[in-house]
Design a protein around this ligand. Structure first.
Ligand code: 13P
Length: 252
């Protein structure tokens, strides 16, 4: 049985006190959602320790949105995987399209970040997805295949067991435009096939999340698809009520 996961990527939103309130709201309502769903929240670095405190005893996991490619040292402004792990993070989002697009993250950098994540006991949530031009040109399968082959294929079988994939079509992120449940299923099944070509049956155990304008009104339909194991949520993760309601999408 694959894990069902609803992860919130807060991006560069909330001031520290607001983040703590949001986390408390999610923790307070968590009991109203099936225990079969694993919730993860990924606040900005600055609130990781206070949010960790607010989540204590809630069973909700903490993740960071990024980590450095290097272990430690003279890398001004960077935050290492060891630092976020020490604050209680279990997960780290890597390869988000916003980081690929605005901060020049390449497969080369991501291979190093993945290594740092594993060296510090973190589970990466590795993001893949095509942009609008690529989708319209019918290249979306090739794009995600390359993003997986260039990074995920370098993992050991043991590391692969601790990996979450998030498929996020760039044209659906923050646009209000969601992939249809059929589009999501089609590419999630394809991603699983690409994973199984390298990792065999272990690919059946890998959670593949959908991300991109996922909200309470569309989550149930998307999560009902066989190869969709949950969501990576942006905007709707900023309201505890909506975030929790997305988790209820598994109950329908
Ligand atoms: P939205 O849910 O705001 O479209 O963002 C999705 C996303 O990028 C999550 O990582």
């Amino acid at each position: 049985m694959r894990k069902k996961i609803v992860a919130g990527n807060w991006k560069m939103n909330t001031l520290p006190a607001e983040g703590v309130e949001l986390a408390k709201g999610v923790a307070a309502g968590r009991g109203g959602v099936c225990e079969c769903v694993d919730f993860i929240v990924c606040p900005p670095f600055t609130h990781l320790s206070t949010v960790a405190e607010a989540l204590k005893g809630s069973g909700i996991a903490l993740g960071a949105q990024n980590c450095a490619a290097e272990e430690k040292g003279a890398y001004t402004g960077e935050v290492s995987a060891a630092m976020i792990a020490a604050l209680g993070c279990k997960y780290v989002i890597l390869g988000h399209s916003e980081r690929r697009q605005y901060y020049g993250e390449t497969s080369e950098t991501l291979n190093k970040k993945m290594a740092q994540a594993y060296a510090n006991g973190l589970t990466p949530i590795y993001c893949v997805g095509e942009n609008l031009d690529e989708r319209e040109a019918g290249k979306h399968f090739d794009v995600v295949k390359a993003q997986i082959e260039e990074v995920v294929y370098n993992l050991t079988a043991e590391q692969f067991k601790n990996l979450v994939i998030a498929y996020e079509p760039v044209w659906a992120i923050g646009t209000g435009k969601t992939a249809t449940a059929e589009q999501a299923q089609e590419i999630h099944a394809y991603i699983r096939k690409v994973l199984s070509a390298k990792f065999g049956a272990a690919a059946d155990e890998c959670a593949i999340l959908y991300g991109g304008s996922c909200k309470p009104s569309n989550a149930a339909e998307i999560f009902a698809k066989a190869d969709v194991d949950g969501g990576l949520i942006g905007g709707a993760a900023l309201k505890a009520e909506d975030f929790l309601a997305i988790g209820k999408g598994f109950e329908k």
